[in-house]
Design a protein around this ligand. Structure first.
Ligand SMILES: Nc1ncnc2c1ncn2[C@@H]1O[C@H](COP(=O)(O)OP(=O)(O)OP(=O)(O)O)[C@@H](O)[C@H]1O
Length: 286
Protein backbone atom coordinates (compact mmCIF):
# COMPACT_ATOMS: atom_id res chain seq x y z
CA UNK A 1 0.00 0.00 0.00
CA UNK A 2 1.34 3.44 -0.90
CA UNK A 3 0.47 6.71 0.70
CA UNK A 4 2.19 8.85 3.22
CA UNK A 5 5.50 7.95 4.74
CA UNK A 6 5.33 8.57 8.48
CA UNK A 7 8.31 8.56 10.78
CA UNK A 8 8.99 5.26 12.49
CA UNK A 9 8.73 5.53 16.24
CA UNK A 10 11.93 5.07 18.13
CA UNK A 11 11.77 2.60 20.99
CA UNK A 12 10.09 4.13 24.05
CA UNK A 13 9.13 7.39 22.31
CA UNK A 14 5.52 8.50 22.71
CA UNK A 15 3.18 8.53 19.71
CA UNK A 16 1.94 11.89 20.89
CA UNK A 17 3.52 14.41 23.20
CA UNK A 18 1.60 17.57 24.01
CA UNK A 19 3.83 20.16 25.56
CA UNK A 20 2.57 23.23 27.44
CA UNK A 21 -0.29 23.72 24.99
CA UNK A 22 -2.29 26.93 25.33
CA UNK A 23 -5.42 27.70 23.30
CA UNK A 24 -7.12 31.10 23.17
CA UNK A 25 -10.03 32.83 21.49
CA UNK A 26 -9.00 35.69 19.24
CA UNK A 27 -11.73 38.25 18.94
CA UNK A 28 -11.35 41.65 17.27
CA UNK A 29 -7.79 42.04 18.45
CA UNK A 30 -8.40 40.74 21.99
CA UNK A 31 -7.14 37.39 23.28
CA UNK A 32 -9.09 35.32 25.78
CA UNK A 33 -7.27 32.31 27.20
CA UNK A 34 -9.21 29.01 27.21
CA UNK A 35 -6.59 26.37 28.07
CA UNK A 36 -3.08 26.71 29.43
CA UNK A 37 -0.07 24.53 30.09
CA UNK A 38 -1.60 21.27 28.83
CA UNK A 39 1.15 18.64 28.93
CA UNK A 40 0.76 14.88 28.49
CA UNK A 41 1.98 12.02 26.32
CA UNK A 42 0.51 8.80 24.95
CA UNK A 43 2.38 5.66 23.96
CA UNK A 44 1.52 3.05 21.38
CA UNK A 45 -1.23 0.67 22.51
CA UNK A 46 -2.18 2.97 25.38
CA UNK A 47 -5.48 4.74 26.07
CA UNK A 48 -5.23 8.09 27.80
CA UNK A 49 -8.51 9.69 28.77
CA UNK A 50 -9.08 13.36 29.41
CA UNK A 51 -11.95 13.78 31.81
CA UNK A 52 -13.40 16.90 33.38
CA UNK A 53 -16.28 19.27 33.71
CA UNK A 54 -18.21 20.68 30.79
CA UNK A 55 -16.41 23.62 29.22
CA UNK A 56 -13.04 22.75 30.75
CA UNK A 57 -11.40 22.51 27.30
CA UNK A 58 -11.32 18.78 26.55
CA UNK A 59 -12.80 18.99 23.06
CA UNK A 60 -10.75 21.96 21.89
CA UNK A 61 -7.60 20.15 23.06
CA UNK A 62 -8.66 17.12 20.99
CA UNK A 63 -9.44 19.40 18.03
CA UNK A 64 -6.00 20.99 18.24
CA UNK A 65 -4.37 17.55 18.21
CA UNK A 66 -6.46 16.51 15.19
CA UNK A 67 -5.53 19.86 13.57
CA UNK A 68 -9.20 20.78 13.40
CA UNK A 69 -9.08 23.92 15.50
CA UNK A 70 -10.79 26.78 13.67
CA UNK A 71 -10.94 30.54 14.20
CA UNK A 72 -11.60 32.25 16.53
CA UNK A 73 -9.78 29.49 18.44
CA UNK A 74 -6.03 29.37 18.02
CA UNK A 75 -3.00 27.77 19.65
CA UNK A 76 -1.00 30.52 21.34
CA UNK A 77 1.77 28.45 22.89
CA UNK A 78 3.25 24.96 23.08
CA UNK A 79 3.91 21.94 20.92
CA UNK A 80 1.94 18.99 19.58
CA UNK A 81 4.58 16.40 18.78
CA UNK A 82 3.15 13.56 16.71
CA UNK A 83 5.74 10.85 16.16
CA UNK A 84 8.36 13.48 16.93
CA UNK A 85 7.11 16.16 14.48
CA UNK A 86 5.61 19.35 15.86
CA UNK A 87 2.29 19.57 14.01
CA UNK A 88 2.03 23.27 14.81
CA UNK A 89 5.11 23.98 12.70
CA UNK A 90 4.68 21.31 10.02
CA UNK A 91 3.44 22.23 6.50
CA UNK A 92 -0.38 22.34 6.33
CA UNK A 93 -0.41 19.76 3.52
CA UNK A 94 1.55 17.27 5.60
CA UNK A 95 -0.70 17.79 8.63
CA UNK A 96 -3.85 17.39 6.50
CA UNK A 97 -2.54 14.18 5.00
CA UNK A 98 -1.93 12.73 8.48
CA UNK A 99 -5.58 13.13 9.43
CA UNK A 100 -7.58 10.15 8.30
CA UNK A 101 -4.46 8.05 7.89
CA UNK A 102 -1.93 8.26 10.74
CA UNK A 103 -4.41 10.10 12.98
CA UNK A 104 -7.96 8.73 13.02
CA UNK A 105 -10.86 10.60 14.58
CA UNK A 106 -14.30 9.70 15.90
CA UNK A 107 -16.67 12.26 17.31
CA UNK A 108 -19.87 12.47 19.31
CA UNK A 109 -21.67 13.76 16.20
CA UNK A 110 -21.36 10.62 14.08
CA UNK A 111 -23.77 11.97 11.45
CA UNK A 112 -21.41 14.88 10.88
CA UNK A 113 -18.71 12.36 9.88
CA UNK A 114 -20.65 11.46 6.72
CA UNK A 115 -21.91 13.29 3.65
CA UNK A 116 -25.68 12.65 3.80
CA UNK A 117 -26.36 12.10 0.09
CA UNK A 118 -23.49 9.70 -0.68
CA UNK A 119 -23.65 5.97 0.11
CA UNK A 120 -21.38 5.04 3.00
CA UNK A 121 -19.53 2.43 0.97
CA UNK A 122 -18.53 5.07 -1.57
CA UNK A 123 -17.38 7.36 1.25
CA UNK A 124 -15.20 4.60 2.74
CA UNK A 125 -13.69 3.85 -0.66
CA UNK A 126 -12.92 7.55 -1.12
CA UNK A 127 -11.15 7.74 2.27
CA UNK A 128 -9.04 4.71 1.41
CA UNK A 129 -8.15 5.96 -2.07
CA UNK A 130 -7.28 9.44 -0.77
CA UNK A 131 -4.53 7.96 1.36
CA UNK A 132 -3.55 4.70 -0.30
CA UNK A 133 -2.60 3.88 -3.88
CA UNK A 134 -5.03 1.03 -4.44
CA UNK A 135 -7.56 0.24 -7.14
CA UNK A 136 -11.28 0.81 -6.63
CA UNK A 137 -11.81 -2.95 -6.34
CA UNK A 138 -9.07 -3.25 -3.68
CA UNK A 139 -10.50 -0.31 -1.73
CA UNK A 140 -13.99 -1.82 -1.90
CA UNK A 141 -12.68 -5.15 -0.62
CA UNK A 142 -10.95 -3.35 2.25
CA UNK A 143 -14.08 -1.31 3.11
CA UNK A 144 -16.24 -4.46 3.09
CA UNK A 145 -13.74 -6.24 5.29
CA UNK A 146 -13.87 -3.36 7.81
CA UNK A 147 -17.67 -3.23 7.78
CA UNK A 148 -17.55 -6.89 8.66
CA UNK A 149 -14.98 -6.26 11.40
CA UNK A 150 -17.23 -3.66 13.03
CA UNK A 151 -19.92 -6.34 13.04
CA UNK A 152 -22.28 -4.91 10.42
CA UNK A 153 -23.89 -6.65 7.45
CA UNK A 154 -21.22 -5.53 4.98
CA UNK A 155 -23.13 -5.67 1.68
CA UNK A 156 -26.19 -3.85 2.98
CA UNK A 157 -24.23 -1.22 4.93
CA UNK A 158 -21.96 -0.55 1.95
CA UNK A 159 -25.02 0.26 -0.20
CA UNK A 160 -26.79 2.39 2.43
CA UNK A 161 -27.08 6.15 2.69
CA UNK A 162 -26.23 7.51 6.15
CA UNK A 163 -29.91 8.31 6.89
CA UNK A 164 -30.78 4.64 6.39
CA UNK A 165 -28.57 3.61 9.32
CA UNK A 166 -29.01 3.98 13.09
CA UNK A 167 -26.71 6.06 15.28
CA UNK A 168 -24.95 2.96 16.60
CA UNK A 169 -24.45 1.59 13.08
CA UNK A 170 -23.07 4.92 11.88
CA UNK A 171 -20.69 5.16 14.82
CA UNK A 172 -19.43 1.64 14.00
CA UNK A 173 -18.79 2.79 10.42
CA UNK A 174 -17.09 5.96 11.69
CA UNK A 175 -14.86 3.72 13.80
CA UNK A 176 -14.09 1.57 10.76
CA UNK A 177 -13.26 4.69 8.74
CA UNK A 178 -10.99 5.97 11.50
CA UNK A 179 -9.12 2.69 11.98
CA UNK A 180 -9.01 1.02 8.55
CA UNK A 181 -5.80 2.78 7.53
CA UNK A 182 -4.22 1.62 10.78
CA UNK A 183 -3.49 4.98 12.41
CA UNK A 184 -0.90 5.38 15.14
CA UNK A 185 -3.36 7.55 17.08
CA UNK A 186 -7.14 7.52 17.41
CA UNK A 187 -8.72 10.70 18.78
CA UNK A 188 -12.12 9.71 20.19
CA UNK A 189 -14.06 12.75 21.38
CA UNK A 190 -17.11 11.67 23.40
CA UNK A 191 -17.72 8.78 20.96
CA UNK A 192 -20.68 7.29 22.82
CA UNK A 193 -22.33 10.30 24.46
CA UNK A 194 -25.08 10.46 21.83
CA UNK A 195 -25.85 6.72 22.03
CA UNK A 196 -27.91 4.66 24.46
CA UNK A 197 -26.01 2.84 27.23
CA UNK A 198 -26.02 -0.64 25.67
CA UNK A 199 -25.02 0.57 22.20
CA UNK A 200 -22.36 2.82 23.74
CA UNK A 201 -20.89 -0.09 25.68
CA UNK A 202 -20.76 -2.20 22.51
CA UNK A 203 -18.97 0.60 20.64
CA UNK A 204 -16.40 0.95 23.44
CA UNK A 205 -15.85 -2.84 23.48
CA UNK A 206 -15.34 -2.73 19.74
CA UNK A 207 -12.93 0.17 20.00
CA UNK A 208 -10.83 -1.74 22.54
CA UNK A 209 -10.80 -4.90 20.39
CA UNK A 210 -9.77 -2.94 17.30
CA UNK A 211 -7.13 -1.03 19.26
CA UNK A 212 -5.51 -4.37 20.14
CA UNK A 213 -5.66 -5.39 16.48
CA UNK A 214 -4.34 -2.10 15.05
CA UNK A 215 -2.01 -1.37 17.97
CA UNK A 216 -2.80 2.36 18.04
CA UNK A 217 -2.80 4.80 20.92
CA UNK A 218 -6.17 6.31 21.87
CA UNK A 219 -6.88 9.78 23.20
CA UNK A 220 -10.35 9.39 24.72
CA UNK A 221 -12.27 12.52 25.63
CA UNK A 222 -15.12 12.00 28.05
CA UNK A 223 -17.03 13.62 30.86
CA UNK A 224 -18.04 10.16 32.12
CA UNK A 225 -15.58 9.14 34.81
CA UNK A 226 -17.17 5.72 35.14
CA UNK A 227 -16.48 4.86 31.48
CA UNK A 228 -13.03 6.40 31.66
CA UNK A 229 -12.02 4.32 34.67
CA UNK A 230 -13.21 1.18 32.90
CA UNK A 231 -11.58 1.95 29.58
CA UNK A 232 -8.28 3.79 29.99
CA UNK A 233 -4.78 3.04 31.13
CA UNK A 234 -4.07 6.59 32.22
CA UNK A 235 -6.32 9.52 33.04
CA UNK A 236 -5.77 13.27 32.82
CA UNK A 237 -8.20 15.39 34.81
CA UNK A 238 -9.06 18.81 33.43
CA UNK A 239 -10.63 21.77 35.19
CA UNK A 240 -10.95 25.37 34.01
CA UNK A 241 -8.63 24.91 31.06
CA UNK A 242 -5.82 23.21 32.98
CA UNK A 243 -4.80 19.65 33.68
CA UNK A 244 -4.98 19.38 37.44
CA UNK A 245 -3.86 15.76 37.74
CA UNK A 246 -2.56 12.98 35.50
CA UNK A 247 -1.99 9.42 36.64
CA UNK A 248 -2.58 5.76 36.03
CA UNK A 249 -6.17 4.59 36.10
CA UNK A 250 -5.53 2.85 39.44
CA UNK A 251 -3.84 5.88 40.98
CA UNK A 252 -6.63 8.23 39.94
CA UNK A 253 -9.28 5.79 41.15
CA UNK A 254 -7.64 4.76 44.42
CA UNK A 255 -5.44 7.67 45.42
CA UNK A 256 -6.61 10.92 43.80
CA UNK A 257 -4.48 13.87 44.85
CA UNK A 258 -6.30 16.95 43.58
CA UNK A 259 -9.48 18.15 45.35
CA UNK A 260 -11.31 18.32 41.99
CA UNK A 261 -10.43 14.68 41.17
CA UNK A 262 -11.56 13.71 44.67
CA UNK A 263 -14.86 15.55 44.11
CA UNK A 264 -15.36 13.81 40.73
CA UNK A 265 -14.84 10.43 42.39
CA UNK A 266 -17.15 11.28 45.27
CA UNK A 267 -19.82 12.01 42.65
CA UNK A 268 -19.69 8.34 41.56
CA UNK A 269 -18.68 6.47 44.74
CA UNK A 270 -19.25 2.94 43.42
CA UNK A 271 -16.13 3.07 41.27
CA UNK A 272 -13.65 3.66 44.08
CA UNK A 273 -11.93 0.73 45.74
CA UNK A 274 -11.60 2.64 49.00
CA UNK A 275 -15.15 3.77 49.44
CA UNK A 276 -17.22 0.87 48.26
CA UNK A 277 -17.55 -1.93 45.74
CA UNK A 278 -16.03 -1.04 42.38
CA UNK A 279 -17.31 -1.88 38.94
CA UNK A 280 -17.06 -5.56 38.24
CA UNK A 281 -13.99 -6.18 36.12
CA UNK A 282 -14.49 -8.68 33.33
CA UNK A 283 -11.32 -7.98 31.40
CA UNK A 284 -8.06 -6.14 31.67
CA UNK A 285 -9.58 -2.72 31.29
CA UNK A 286 -13.22 -3.46 31.98
N1 LIG B 1 -15.63 28.33 18.48
C1 LIG B 1 -15.51 28.79 19.72
N2 LIG B 1 -15.44 30.11 19.94
C2 LIG B 1 -15.29 30.60 21.18
N3 LIG B 1 -15.19 29.84 22.29
C3 LIG B 1 -15.25 28.52 22.14
C4 LIG B 1 -15.41 27.92 20.86
N4 LIG B 1 -15.44 26.57 21.02
C5 LIG B 1 -15.31 26.35 22.33
N5 LIG B 1 -15.20 27.50 23.01
C6 LIG B 1 -15.05 27.65 24.45
O1 LIG B 1 -13.95 26.87 24.86
C7 LIG B 1 -14.22 26.32 26.15
C8 LIG B 1 -13.90 24.85 26.15
O2 LIG B 1 -14.81 24.19 25.27
P1 LIG B 1 -14.75 22.62 25.03
O3 LIG B 1 -15.79 22.29 24.02
O4 LIG B 1 -13.36 22.20 24.77
O5 LIG B 1 -15.20 22.06 26.47
P2 LIG B 1 -15.37 20.55 26.92
O6 LIG B 1 -14.52 20.35 28.12
O7 LIG B 1 -15.14 19.63 25.79
O8 LIG B 1 -16.89 20.55 27.37
P3 LIG B 1 -18.05 19.45 27.09
O9 LIG B 1 -17.76 18.27 27.96
O10 LIG B 1 -19.29 20.19 27.48
O11 LIG B 1 -18.00 19.13 25.63
C9 LIG B 1 -15.66 26.64 26.49
O12 LIG B 1 -15.68 27.72 27.40
C10 LIG B 1 -16.26 27.07 25.19
O13 LIG B 1 -17.24 28.04 25.37
Amino acid sequence: MGGLVVKKLQEGHPVLKVNQLAISVLNKGSIHSITEDITFEIHIGETLAIVGESGSGKSITASAIASLLARPLTVTHGQILFQGTNLLEAPARYVKSLRGQAIGCVFQDYRGSFTPFIKVGHQLVEVIRTHAQVTHAEAKKMAMDWLHRVKLPAERSFRSYPYQLSGGQLQRIALAAALMLKPALLVADEPITALDVITGRAIMDLMEDLQREVGCAILLISHDLRQVIKRSHRIAVMQNGRLVETGSRDQIRDDPQHPYTQALLRACPRITRKHGPHIQETGMWR
